[in-house]
Write a protein of this length. Structure first.
Length: 211
């Protein structure tokens, strides 16, 4: 009787092992068998189909990712110093961080936009805002480096920018808050009719993107 019981127990264990190891012809849906990673995989030496330009917020920089792989290609210093790249320290880049308020080596960067031709992105330049000290920067996409920063007057919080017109004639910058023009101290009960929001159109040289 013990022999029969042991034999039956052995057969049951073997059956369970075979059942757990085999897929029984059914598709596996677990994380390890998923093809989601394969769909975004880009092999070494091959290129991503798209670039994603992602604003850095309070880092004051611009990150460049490849899509669909999600690989980080470069963090481009724009409004903040970057010791690794000597940005903001060498004589070529330090003057770009000077403003009418002095040397401002930080900002809150938002809303990058790419140059266009006939309403289609042409990949020549990226424009991005500095929200705190109102500025617009230009990144040259032949080098992936910041080449120009311009200060925007009459703006209180340059958040609603940058927006490029369909042939990159202008970079448009709005203002986050209304202010009196010209700027001056004024009681809040005189707000109506005295506080206004500026809309700035910055012309762009079609040859080199200079603002």
């Amino acid at each position: 009787m013990k022999t029969i019981f042991k034999s039956l127990l052995s057969i049951t264990i073997v059956s369970l092992v075979l059942s757990s190891c085999g897929n029984g012809g059914t598709s596996q849906k677990g994380a390890l068998s998923s093809s989601a990673a394969e769909k975004v995989y880009v092999a070494p030496g091959e290129h991503d189909e798209f670039y994603a330009f992602v604003s850095g917020g309070f880092s004051g920089q611009l990150a460049v990712y490849g899509l669909p792989s999600g690989r980080l290609f470069k963090v481009i210093p724009v409004f903040s110093v970057d010791a690794e790249k000597a940005y903001g320290f060498n004589e070529e880049t330090k003057p770009m961080l000077n403003t009418s308020h002095g040397f401002i080596p930080w900002d809150d960067s938002h809303h990058p936009d790419i140059s266009q031709t006939n309403g289609v992105l042409d990949g020549r330049w990226v424009f991005i805002n500095g929200n705190n000290t109102p500025r617009i920067a230009k990144i040259d996409l032949t080098t992936f480096e910041t080449t120009e920063i311009i200060e925007v007057p009459n703006s209180a919080g340059n958040h609603s920018s940058s927006f490029v017109t369909e042939n990159t004639e202008y970079v448009v910058a709005g203002t986050r808050f209304s202010i009196p023009f010209p700027q001056k101290d004024m009681p809040i009960d005189e707000y109506k009719g005295n506080f206004k929001g500026a809309l700035t159109f910055i012309s762009v040289n079609p040859e080199d993107g200079e603002m």
